[in-house]
Every structure is written in structure tokens, then in C-alpha cells.
Design a protein around this ligand. Structure first.
Ligand SMILES: [Zn+2]
Length: 308
């Protein structure tokens, strides 16, 4: 949806609210008190009333907008910005565009939207040929880490780095005609912020992200990957000694460098505690790069009963 189409469809607060309610009705409202699924709509006060217990639910309650005082139209504009480009917008830029006085509510809104994107991608698993590797993203340590007066570590173990597990699903290119082009094409990807490379952490995240019994895993010959063999259908470990780094796991490395460049260019620095949110936004958009109505999909995910 381009900006003209957007403002034609959503010219004011009322049009956004009606659209939001229609989507919420499609997904269904669940009562927080008795988990009842049937409600009356009290149009004068704009509340749902549970048919079973009478409990009232506001239009925003239980959705991504719960507890938000921002107008529906702000949220809709944010959804539009969040889906209109492959890249991203900083909260500061959205605040400027909305001409809103305070930064914090806009920042919080953008992170809630990123959490929705995260949940949407957790609903399915990758399968087939999957390249897996880790990347390090420069992030800002959180308050507690900064308070601990011990010197910040350097290098790989540094609190200034967030460790990220990257998994990229690919398949043979059915239209392969040029032998110089890659014979595989990327399908979907997942990136997960992890605290360490212990076997328990890696296996837990792998099991969450992929259909293990349908996974042909490809990694480098790092020691921490060798134990994953038993979890998946097959595991190929590439000896990296005599290979250029871009020849080993090319999709993973491309993904990491693209994401890093994007984060640096748009968000400049990202808080360690929010690394996952930025990663999820990147993956959500990448995984839907060929879809026609990504705005609508984000909206449907946003009206889901988040508390349930
Ligand atoms: Zn109820």
C-alpha cells in the first residue's frame, strides 16, 4: 500500500477504529475473566460485553494496543511505516512524522509492533536445507550490565556484543539457467538472540525454530555444532580452513551483513535487551518479501488475543 492508498482508506481516527474492530471480530474476542468467546457489542460505549459473565472488554484490550493512549490512527500509520519498506524506520523518525510531543510512547509502540512480528514468525518452523551460524551484533549493554562496575569485557564475550543464531532455509532453484548464478534460492530465515553457545541453548533454539526431523543442517566445523547432529535428519559440517568466508554458508553471512548494515544505518545503536525485536522485524519483512498485503497480515497478528 502506498501513502496515497493509505490515506484514502484511512483518512481519520474513525476509519481506523472501524477497520480495527472488523479485524478483531474476524479473529474473535476472548473474555479475560471466563475465557468465553461470545460477546455483545455495546456501540454507544465501544465495548464488548461477554455473553457468559458480562465482563467488559475495550476494543484495544487484549491486543497489541492494550493500555495505549495513542489514537488508532497513530498505530495505523506506524503499521504502514513498519510494512511499507524492506528497510525500517527509527522511533525518532516516526515521532517526527506524527509530530508527537513525547518520544517514549512512540518508542514503546514501535517495540510492541516488533514483538507482534516476532510472535508471528514463531508460529511456523523452517525445514529442508538449513544453513546455521552465529553472528555478533554491536549493542548497548543494559542498565544492570552498566551498573556492575566491573570493566566491560572485550571481544566475543563482551556485553557490547549480542550473540545471534542465524538460520536460513534454502531450496534448489527450479529456474536455474545461468551456471554462474547460485543454484539455490533462499526461502525463509530466523534470527535468535542467545546468551551463550552451550549445547542446551543451541539445541533448545534449534528445536523451537526448525522441524528437526525434516532438517538437513549445514554448519561450519565449530565444535559447539557437532553435538547437534543427533537432533536433525542430517548434519553437514564444512571444513572452513581453505575456503573464503563468503563461500562458507553464503546465505547466513549475507543475512548477517545486510542486517548489520540496516541496523547501523537506521537505528545507529540498539539496546541489548531489544536486540530480538529488531531481528524479528528484519525476519518478518524478509520472510514476506513476496506477499502482496503485508500490512493486512501485520494487522491480523496485532488483533490476536495477546494475553491468552
Ligand atoms: Zn466472560
Amino acid at each position: 500500500m502506498n501513502i496515497f492508498e493509505f490515506f484514502k482508506k484511512f483518512p481519520n481516527e474513525e476509519s481506523c477504529r472501524i477497520h480495527f474492530k472488523n479485524h478483531r471480530d474476524k479473529v474473535g474476542v476472548i473474555c479475560k475473566k471466563c475465557k468465553g468467546e461470545h460477546h455483545y457489542w455495546l456501540s454507544t460505549i465501544q465495548y464488548y460485553k461477554c455473553k457468559q459473565c458480562g465482563f467488559r472488554t475495550s476494543l484495544k484490550s487484549g491486543t497489541v494496543m492494550e493500555n495505549s493512549k495513542l489514537p488508532f490512527q497513530y498505530w495505523y500509520i506506524a503499521f504502514m511505516f513498519a510494512t511499507s519498506t524492506k528497510k525500517s524506520f527509527s522511533s525518532l523518525e516516526i515521532q517526527r512524522q506524527l509530530n508527537h510531543k513525547f518520544y517514549e510512547p512512540i518508542w514503546s509502540m514501535m517495540h510492541k509492533i516488533r514483538r507482534v512480528m516476532c510472535k508471528a514468525d514463531e508460529e511456523y518452523k523452517l525445514e529442508g536445507s538449513i544453513e546455521l551460524d552465529e553472528g555478533f551484533f554491536v549493542t548497548v549493554p543494559n542498565k544492570e550490565e552498566r551498573k556492575e562496575k566491573q570493566e566491560l569485557k572485550r571481544g566475543v564475550g563482551s556485553q557490547r556484543n549480542s550473540k545471534v543464531l542465524v538460520m536460513v532455509e534454502s531450496e534448489l532453484n527450479p529456474n536455474q539457467t545461468n551456471q554462474h548464478k547460485a543454484n539455490r534460492i533462499v526461502k525463509r530465515l530466523k534470527m535468535v538472540h542467545i546468551e551463550d553457545y552451550k549445547h542446551n541453548t543451541l539445541s533448545k533454539e534449534l528445536e523451537k525454530a526448525v522441524e528437526t526431523k525434516k532438517t538437513y543442517l549445514i554448519t561450519d566445523d565449530g565444535r559447539h555444532y557437532s553435538k547437534l547432529k543427533g537432533l536433525v535428519k542430517s548434519h553437514t559440517s564444512i571444513n572452513t580452513k581453505n575456503l573464503k568466508s563468503d563461500k562458507v554458508l553464503p546465505w547466513v553471512h549475507k543475512t548477517i551483513s545486510n542486517a548489520k548494515r540496516l541496523f547501523l544505518g537506521i537505528h545507529h545503536s540498539i539496546g541489548r535487551d531489544y536486540t530480538q525485536n529488531y531481528l524479528s522485524e528484519y525476519c518478518f519483512k524478509f520472510n514476506r518479501r513476496n506477499e502482496v498485503d503485508i500490512f493486512d497480515e501485520l494487522l491480523l497478528c496485532s488483533v490476536k488475543n495477546t494475553w491468552y
